[in-house]
Design a protein around this ligand. Structure first.
Ligand SMILES: Nc1nc2c(ncn2[C@@H]2O[C@H](COP(=O)(O)OP(=O)(O)OP(=O)(O)O)[C@@H](O)[C@H]2O)c(=O)[nH]1
Ligand SMILES: [Mg+2]
Ligand SMILES: [Zn+2]
Length: 296
């Protein structure tokens, strides 16, 4: 038996990095539990096979979740303690998606940063949006996987951490990792592969060791993302500035929607809290209520 970390998952199989550094393929008995990237497991060799068998999954420190089509909670990755949310000039940034990822990071109680990639394209970075995140207290880095600008700063943020890199498809998550590593560990959209059609983007999450002491989970890009929250009350925890302002609300169970004496609404009206962030908050409250009522 050996301790191991799940570094990639395919539908029924996993790739493990064993405690001794060796990488092996593995599977798990039964279908009830599904190991995800970042999971700590115990595994043992199977006689007469190259596959190993996963016998136990350790309790997860953190889980990145989303609701799946059937309204169940899907775990995307485990045990990360940092999140790097990437947006870019192209495809056009969807700040609501950025907010929903940051919300997930807050609820997991892990640190997060926003990277604005592809600054080499010559489009001025959206200073207003980026300042909003800076003012809330997030690290914000404008970067280019193409030119290398901002990449050393990003690497510094990832030191000693198990991070996950997330964002819309095509923003350059895998390219940023390749740039940090200095070689093409991860496939990116430009690499063509005759055996497959279309653009080559990341399909499976995988955990990659970075130079120095950090690791990062490269995740497949999304069209949309929302965290699976246990209750809409949790949504306010996902927005640092709203959570902070909430201490001043008249009612301790204020949902910051239509309640009188709401300090959050007051700060929105005064422009202290960004109207767009507040809109994001309301959308997550709505979505979480729809989910809990099975209307999603
Ligand atoms: N100009 C420019 N292009 C970039 C930069 N970073 C990535 N790209 C290009 O953007 C496209 C998408 O890059 P990927 O790294 O595959 O994006 P991704 O976020 O990993 O996409 P998914 O795996 O689908 O989620 C590729 O054509 C890259 O070459 C950058 O900094 N500048
Ligand atoms: Mg990718
Ligand atoms: Zn309130």
């Amino acid at each position: 038996m050996q301790h191991a970390t799940v570094i990639t998952t395919f539908s029924r199989r996993m790739r493990l990095r064993l405690a001794d550094g060796q990488e092996v393929d593995a599977r798990i008995k039964g279908k009830r539990v599904k190991p995800v990237c970042g999971d700590e497991v115990e595994a043992e060799p199977i006689q007469g096979e190259t596959d190993w068998l996963i016998t136990r999954i350790a309790k997860r420190r953190t889980e990145l979740t989303r609701p799946n089509m059937r309204g169940q909670v899907e775990v995307l990755a485990a045990n990360m303690n940092y999140m790097l949310v990437v947006a870019a000039a192209e495809p056009a940034a969807d700040w609501f998606i950025v907010d929903r990822y940051l919300c997930a990071a807050e609820v997991m109680e892990i640190g997060a940063a926003v990277a604005y990639n592809k600054i080499d394209l010559g489009v001025a970075p959206p200073a207003d949006e980026l300042d909003t995140y800076r003012d809330i207290g997030y690290d914000v880095i404008a970067c280019s996987a193409e030119s290398g600008d901002g990449i050393p700063e990003l690497l510094r943020l990832l030191e000693d951490r198990l991070a996950i890199i997330v964002g819309q498809s095509g923003v350059g998550k895998s390219s940023i990792i390749n740039r940090i590593l200095g070689f093409d560990a991860q496939r990116t959209a430009e690499i063509s592969d005759k055996s497959r059609e279309g653009r080559h983007t990341t399909v499976n999450s995988s955990l990659i060791a970075l130079p120095g002491s950090g690791s990062i989970i490269d995740s497949p890009g999304v069209r949309d993302y929302a965290p699976a929250l246990d209750s809409s009350a949790l949504a306010a925890r996902g927005f640092r500035e709203i959570h902070e302002a909430a201490a001043g609300c008249r009612f301790t169970n204020c949902r910051h929607l239509r309640e009188p004496g709401c300090a959050v609404k007051e700060r929105c009206e005064n422009g202290v809290i960004s109207a767009r962030r507040y809109q994001s908050y309301k959308r997550i409250v709505n979505l979480t209520e729809q989910l809990s009522e099975g209307r999603y």
